[in-house]
Design a protein. Structure first.
Length: 569
């Protein structure tokens, strides 16, 4: 990756079996701030089977603000086969379109691609379409989905390919659910048609009910669950009796300790349905895998240890496997390392392995490209007050900041990344960082950063004074008027004339992190209509000798008066 945000990845692989080589090159070009172009070139040289191919696929990405993004794909490929039983030279094409649209009340997505029969690779002869629309009503949604997948090839060397992946699959149905914060439930009822074997050509139809859910049971205990219930039959072969299937898989995790599980009974996928129709064989297996995860040095070192027990009841085969995964990520040096392995405690020990991978990012100058840079901002609590982000400090996630007029929310590592920017001065507004109590930007709320190259800026926060409060509503007992206490601006002005502001939440509460000083605290009374008034708009707060202060603004509804006139004689 270069300082101008041009990126490329080059990869070469030599096969362990046979005599084949694969080379790929991926290049990414930024086209302004809202679009980019990705170009992928792949060459396969199979010397043993005397089959060579070359393909190039270009992908154009365009963002339309927060509402949508469009992807256009086009590619060309050629293949040469020089074997005793087959000599063939062919060219093929591929094209695709993806579009996603998101609004507060409507979501639509569509993904479509078509690849000719002579295009090299696993996607040859594939027609694919995936579509979904959702209507949103607060935390609930409902809509429809339709997916289609079709593969057909015509070259002799593709018999194995069509046997494994060929045929047609379609699914269409209704989908609805619930999503709020960390909880979501999605239910899909659909009709699935499968024809994936070119030799037997037996179609199957399934009526399927699918459940997907993620639940935050407590602050630390989460449940992820997915399951299917299906009834399947062959619409063209009446002698094949209907089959019923159920499969469930998911995980239960508390902090860093969890349990993965899976249960399958009955045929659901095409190969299972075909076996059931021919021999009556049905799956009946389950799997459980307790695991523990641990991170060290601010998540730079992460580990996962898992014990996996699987029992195939039908075939009476059991497996006992232990897995260990260790990741070391040194972001500042662009270096990452991974060690992972398996040990099978069963009789066959077929899954024993130990692997290591090392990745290093290199900054390389590329001549002739327009200069665009990347500014990465990292917010952290400077616990030891030394101004340096070290192992004693904590990142500040989910903080809202503004860089050069653009809004960002920091990630779990306290970082926000502004890509594809030109050289110049960029003001950083930290005044909206209200997600942490008692901490304030150490060097001011609005630093201006000169950008002349891609860099990472670490912004320390120090312990501060704390100003909190709420709105107290006093209503007329006979009134039915409604009052919304949210999004009302509260401003604190220091003795030096510096101002700090925030908005009230849904309950009318607010808080501000401010430096040590005396303050005039004001409420924006202009937002109230004639039915409500603020009893006192200004308060004084002295935060020189104490850590925090609480302010209460009293909002009163104007009482109604009834005038009774005596009728004239």
């Amino acid at each position: 990756k270069s300082s101008k945000n041009f990126k490329f990845t080059a990869l070469g692989v030599k096969s362990r079996l046979g005599n084949a080589n694969q080379f790929s090159l991926e290049q990414e070009y930024p086209l302004g701030k809202t679009s980019n172009l990705i170009n992928r070139t792949m060459a396969n040289l199979d010397i043993a089977t005397r089959t060579n191919s070359l393909s190039n696929i270009a992908e154009y990405n365009k963002n339309f603000g927060e509402s949508g993004d469009l992807v256009l794909i086009g590619g060309y490929g050629l293949e040469s086969i020089d074997q005793a039983i087959l000599k063939n030279k062919s060219t093929g094409q591929t094209a695709g379109l993806r579009y996603n649209y998101t609004s507060p009340v409507f979501i639509a997505r569509t993904t479509n691609s078509i690849t000719s029969r002579n295009f090299p690779g696993l996607e040859r002869g594939v027609k694919r379409s995936s579509n979904e629309v959702r209507f949103l009503i607060k935390k609930y949604f409902a809509g429809a989905m339709a997916d289609y997948n079709d593969r057909s090839v015509n070259t002799v060397d593709s018999n194995q390919l069509i046997y494994l992946f060929g045929g047609k699959t379609s699914e269409y149905g209704l989908r609805g659910g619930y999503a709020k914060d960390r909880n979501n439930i999605t239910v899909t009822t659909s009709i699935v048609d499968q024809l994936q074997d070119s030799v037997t050509s037996i179609p199957f139809r399934s009526y399927k009910l699918n459940l997907n859910t993620g639940l935050a049971i407590t602050k630390t205990l989460t449940l992820s669950l997915s399951g299917n219930l299906a009834q399947s039959f062959s619409p063209s072969v009446a002698s094949i009796k209907p089959a019923y299937a159920m499969n469930v898989f998911g995980s239960l995790q508390a902090n860093r300790i969890g349990l993965s599980f899976r249960y399958d009974k009955g045929p659901l996928y095409y190969s299972e349905l075909l076996t059931f129709s021919q021999s009556g064989f049905q799956n009946n297996r389950y799997q459980i895998a307790p695991y523990i995860e641990k991170s060290f040095f601010k998540s730079r070192l992460t580990t996962r240890l898992e014990f996996n027990y699987a029992n195939d009841v039908t075939t009476q085969i059991k497996n006992y496997v232990a897995r260990l995964d260790v990741n070391l990520d040194l972001n500042k040096n662009g270096l990452s390392m991974r060690f992972y392995g398996n040990n099978d405690f069963g009789k066959t020990a077929t899954m024993n392995s130990l692997n290591m991978s090392i990745r290093k990012n290199l900054s390389m100058p590329l001549i002739g490209l327009r200069k665009y840079y990347t500014l990465k901002v990292v917010l952290f609590k400077d616990n030891n007050n030394n101004g340096v982000y070290d192992l004693n400090d904590d990142a500040i996630p989910e903080a809202n900041i503004r860089i050069g007029g653009q809004y960002f929310t920091t990630g779990k590592d306290g970082d926000a990344v502004y890509k594809n920017i030109k050289p110049g001065d960029y003001p950083i507004d930290l005044g909206q960082v209200t997600s942490i109590r008692g901490w304030i930007a150490k060097n001011g709320f609005r630093p201006v950063i000169p950008v002349t190259k891609s860099e990472t800026l670490y912004i320390p926060f120090q312990k501060s004074k704390f100003l909190s409060g709420r709105l107290n509503l006093v209503k007329d007992a006979l009134s039915k008027m409604q009052f919304n206490p949210s999004n009302i601006r509260i401003t604190a002005i220091s003795s030096k004339g510096e101002s700090y502001s925030t908005l009230t939440n849904d309950e009318g509460s607010f808080f501000l992190n401010v430096p040590e000083d005396t303050y005039l605290v004001q409420i924006n009374a202009n937002v109230f209509n004639e039915q409500f008034r603020v009893l006192q708009e200004n308060f004084n707060a002295d935060l020189t000798n104490k850590q925090e202060e609480t302010i209460v603004f009293e909002i009163r509804e104007r009482k109604r008066s009834i005038i009774i006139r005596k009728p004239s004689q």
